[in-house]
Design a protein around this ligand. Structure first.
Ligand SMILES: NC(=O)c1ccc[n+]([C@@H]2O[C@H](COP(=O)([O-])OP(=O)(O)OC[C@H]3O[C@@H](n4cnc5c(N)ncnc54)[C@H](O)[C@@H]3O)[C@@H](O)[C@H]2O)c1
Length: 369
């Protein structure tokens, strides 16, 4: 089965191609881009070499001159020194503007390589081959690139769209369970946006699908995986196509994220993965919505149950420093005058709304019960 999803951004439009075992034939799609002969694959040492070899071999057989730069794994590698490694490597090997950088890895590799591609010679072709679930359903789509600096995460970056995104669900077979669940946090988020994003999933909707197909998804059943990747990538592509630079609609993708960023930062990005923090954030957003009379208790219970069924956390483990979390949450640039702005699930599952002017005193009790 092959699925092509278009991200529609006029002259910056591109395709997301999803296909099982596509890595061995990825050059077929890359050749169509009519790009230069040199391709620099940027990856990380924990990305199994079997996946990198498949991409490399396919490109080599199609006549490309392929270079591979393997960085260490870890979020801390998404920094200025890795950026310089990529750029210096490209300069040393005489990469020209028509040549390409190709990320093969998770969100760290795609954010970093995309950023490097956006500034090398004022923009070189960028190809993205995500190998984590989070990479597939989120980081690889939409053109947000970045690196971290000591003052904060993702503080330097650009909007720079790839020329193509290639996804092979098979690569998820080597991912740890915890890393897989990082992506599931975002997949569940798409179920809570289904109606607002105007991306109706067939039959009874994506939320129900995630509920009924839980066992298959967690066992990495190929068909079920394909469906969740396909639908999630479709939602993100639709939203980004309508609002590339987050002027309005794209903000809905931040559901649960103001809480999540506060939690991640307050725990120094150690205790909770991003997906775990987003899961707790979505539960807190649902509880807040209930307190604002925007959603029924039954819907809140359903959301929390689904998150819990996937083995994701629904509340913070005690003890925690609530003031530190709130302080970190207040750094969110979308807040105004010390009051929060949240994306909240409202009405029936699948609908969200942006709610501003929420005070600190309304937030604190959510964490405590
Ligand atoms: N640009 C965006 O829109 C966007 C959106 C969400 C997240 N992000 C960024 O994404 C990053 C997180 O991405 P992530 O969760 O993919 O983490 P990651 O890139 O650190 O990957 C997680 C780990 O899995 C390893 N790995 C990758 N593919 C593998 C595979 N197939 N098998 C086994 N191991 C594999 C990696 O080497 C790493 O050790 C963060 O930096 C975040 O800021 C960006």
């Amino acid at each position: 089965m092959e699925k092509i999803i278009k991200v529609d951004l006029k002259e910056k439009s591109y395709n997301i191609v999803i296909k099982e075992n596509i890595l061995s034939s990825c050059s077929k799609y890359i050749k169509e881009l009519k790009i230069g002969k040199k391709i620099l694959i940027v990856t990380q040492d924990k990305v199994p070499s079997v996946w990198i070899q498949k991409v490399k071999q396919s490109l080599f057989e199609a006549g490309f001159k392929v270079f591979v730069l393997v960085l260490k794994s870890g979020e801390e590698q998404k920094d200025l020194s890795s950026l310089l490694k990529i750029v210096n490597f490209a300069i040393k090997n005489k990469f020209e503007r028509s040549d390409s950088f190709c990320a093969v890895g998770g969100g760290v590799v795609s954010d970093l390589t995309g950023f490097a591609a956006s500034i090398y010679y004022r923009g070189i072709n960028f190809i993205c081959i995500p190998t984590t679930l989070l990479g597939m359903v989120d980081a690889a789509i939409g053109g947000k690139t970045s690196i971290n600096i000591k003052e904060g995460k993702n503080l330097l970056g650009t909007f720079y769209q790839p020329k193509i995104v290639i996804m092979d669900p098979r690569v998820l077979s080597t991912l740890s369970k915890r890393e897989f669940l990082v992506g599931m946090g975002e997949v569940i988020k798409y179920a809570l946006l289904e109606h607002t994003a105007k991306t109706k999933f067939p039959k009874s909707g994506f939320f129900k699908f995630l509920k009924t197909k839980k066992n298959q998804i967690l066992k990495l059943n190929t068909k079920a995986l394909f469906q969740i990747i396909d639908y999630s990538a479709f939602v993100k592509a639709q939203v980004v196509s309508k609002d590339e630079k987050e002027s309005n609609l794209r903000a809905i993708l931040n559901l649960g994220h103001t809480f999540a960023h506060g939690i991640e930062q307050a725990f120094d990005y150690k205790k909770y993965t991003h997906g775990e923090a987003v899961s707790i954030g979505m539960c807190l957003a649902s509880k807040l919505s209930y307190r604002q009379n925007l959603i029924s208790e039954k819907e809140v219970t359903s959301i929390i149950s689904l998150i819990s069924d996937y083995g994701l956390p629904t509340r913070l483990e005690r003890p925690f420093n609530l003031n530190k979390i709130i302080k970190s949450m207040l750094l969110d640039k979308k807040n105004k005058d010390g009051k929060f702005r949240f994306i909240l699930p409202v009405d029936k599952i699948g609908k969200v709304k942006i709610v501003s002017g929420i005070e600190i005193k309304e937030i604190k009790p959510l964490f405590l019960n």
